[in-house]
Design a protein around this ligand. Structure first.
Ligand SMILES: Cc1cc2nc3c(=O)[nH]c(=O)nc-3n(C[C@H](O)[C@H](O)[C@H](O)COP(=O)(O)O)c2cc1C
Length: 205
């Protein structure tokens, strides 16, 4: 059997999403598949890939480069199994397990219960999975990801520009620090085969 190639395309603002992309590639690599980890900016051709995973941090919405990438490659991405992952420091627990039929995988350490479940504050509403995911789906309507992962990211204040520090402190009120749970992300990636299989003939682990 020939080895199938999966693309893990990611972008980052301050560097930490690179670790998550690496964990995704480990979860996707086995005897029958190899995963290429590439910065989104370097990817021009999706033709060699049997499936594509796209990851980026939340930077006032999913990183602009990632949204632009799915827009630009919408047609090619609509023909292969695709999964998205989001790195974040603030997520409101709403109990949703899918959005628009797309299964969600949420890092339990990232999601926090709102103060009042029936009356979300502005910040809590801003940080819902729905508010993060829906604009991305709208940007590339033909692309239906098989899964969307939401993982805890890292916030290194000293790496940020002043306006970024202000946004993070005042709007999302995220705490600096954090670590990437590579084992959790790897597990999500390995489970993608189940979803990929239902769309295309990708070999199982
Ligand atoms: C300007 C800015 C805006 C951000 N906006 C959000 C946000 O809306 N929601 C969130 O959960 N995290 C937000 N974050 C936190 C980042 O998504 C998180 O720290 C991520 O892990 C950074 O990844 P990177 O190191 O690859 O850039 C923001 C960070 C910055 C600097």
């Amino acid at each position: 059997m020939t080895t199938k190639k999966i693309l893990v395309a990611y972008t980052t603002n301050a560097g930490s999403t690179t670790q998550a992309a690496q964990a995704v590639s480990e979860g996707l690599s086995n005897a029958n598949t190899t995963a290429d980890v590439r910065r989104l900016e370097e990817v021009t051709d999706l033709a060699p890939y049997a499936a594509v995973v796209i990851g980026a941090p939340m930077i006032m919405g999913w990183h602009r480069a990632a949204t632009k990438f799915v827009e630009q490659h919408a047609e090619a991405l609509s023909r292969v199994p695709v999964a998205y992952f989001f790195m974040a420091r603030s997520l409101t627990k709403t109990g949703e397990t899918q959005i628009a039929g797309i299964p969600l995988c949420i890092d339990p350490y990232l999601a926090k219960s709102p103060k009042q479940a029936d009356r979300l504050s502005y910040r809590e509403r801003y940080a819902t999975v729905s508010n993060y995911l829906r604009p991305v789906l709208k940007a590339a309507l033909p692309v239906k990801p098989v899964s969307a992962g939401f993982f805890g990211g890292r916030l290194d204040m000293y790496r940020l520009k002043l306006w970024q520090k202000l946004f993070v402190m005042l709007i999302i009120q995220a705490q600096p620090g954090g670590s990437i749970d590579q084992a959790f992300i790897k597990e999500w990636a390995a489970e993608l085969f189940t979803h990929f299989d239902s769309q295309a003939s990708l070999p199982k682990k």
